[in-house]
Design a protein around this ligand. Structure first.
Ligand code: ZN
Length: 309
């Protein structure tokens, strides 16, 4: 998303917002199997030195870890720092230092990270090599690669890298190598249910209402807001049959889309409207996801009550 435009919208939204609580309800039917994993999905933290963002991040992590039904795991959803895409080396380092410090000092649970567009160092100026791109984010987060898969509690987690720089901007998609890898990981999971984590939504309804997308008389959703290769991915998930849910962030709004046997959850933002309050109706928060042994799941958005000022 264009940072400047969204800042303006976020400020306007925060000024006139009442305390609406969006909530993605659980699966339609009550799960009947045994719960095997509960995790908190914290997306779009956008930590920075300003706007009490560090305090807000700490508040959210404490909120998660003080729940009476405490999660087993934290999964981050990308855009962990405010912005490296257009930031110089010093500014990028400042933000990663804060992020790493907070995780080190305030998290007792295991954490699995996902990279977002704002985590990619795309600085066009001098002295950008060799970390330009995703290497810096990977190093800061202890990742060997920007995408990966792992098995946990009988589920296969697949964490995608949605961001592909295009000129001075980016588009949300998988390159051929990552797409082929994704197909193979899903096939190799065999009977296991699969959960896909991406920063940018593969499929979302809220992307239509994030901006003046219909102002020219037709709906237009930019390729930077939702995966431009969604058609291919959605059909592949359907054919595979074991991709139960796909969770994302990026839009700072909450929705749920059921399509061809997979449920797509867009899970709001820890920072709400970039630490300026709510974004549209969405309050700062995170999602709690329960996974069951028979492939059932629940996903619920929880607001943290964080007030930026
Ligand atoms: Zn994003």
């Amino acid at each position: 998303m264009a940072l400047t435009r969204r800042h303006v919208i976020a400020g306007a939204a925060a000024a006139g917002m009442t305390a609406l609580v969006p909530s993605a309800a659980a699966t339609t039917a009550q799960p009947k199997g045994k719960r095997v994993l509960r995790f908190a999905h914290l997306t779009d933290i956008h930590v920075q030195p300003e706007k009490r963002a560090e305090e807000g991040m700490v508040h959210t992590l404490e909120h998660v870890q003080n729940l009476s039904d405490k999660p087993d795991l934290i999964v981050t959803g990308g855009d962990l720092i405010m912005d490296a895409f257009r930031a110089d080396r010093v500014r990028t380092k400042t933000q990663w230092d804060i992020f790493q410090r907070v995780i080190k000092n305030h998290v007792s649970l295991p954490v699995e990270h996902c990279i977002g567009n704002h985590d990619v160092w795309h600085w066009p100026g001098e002295g950008r090599e060799p970390e330009r791109g995703k290497k810096w984010a990977c190093d800061a987060l202890g990742l060997a690669k920007p995408y990966r898969a792992f098995d946990r509690a009988g589920w296969r987690f697949i964490v995608l890298d949605s961001t592909f720089p295009r000129g001075e901007d980016y588009v949300a998609r998988l390159d051929d190598e990552q797409y082929e890898w994704l197909v193979a990981e899903i096939a190799e999971a065999k009977g296991k249910p699969v959960i896909v984590v991406s920063h940018i939504p593969i499929l979302a309804a809220c992307a239509y209402l994030d901006g003046d997308n219909e102002k020219d008389g037709d709906w237009k959703v930019p390729g930077a807001w939702m995966h431009i290769d969604a058609r291919k991915i959605v059909k592949m998930f359907h054919k595979a049959g074991n991709v139960k849910l796909a969770i994302s962030g990026h839009i700072h709004l909450v929705d749920r889309v059921d399509y061809l046997g997979t449920t797509y959850f867009c899970n709001g933002a820890v920072c709400g409207g970039w630490w300026n309050g709510n974004y549209q109706e969405c309050e700062p928060g995170y999602a709690l996801v329960n996974l069951y042994e028979n492939g059932e799941y629940e996903c619920e958005y929880v607001t943290t009550g964080w007030k930026s000022s």
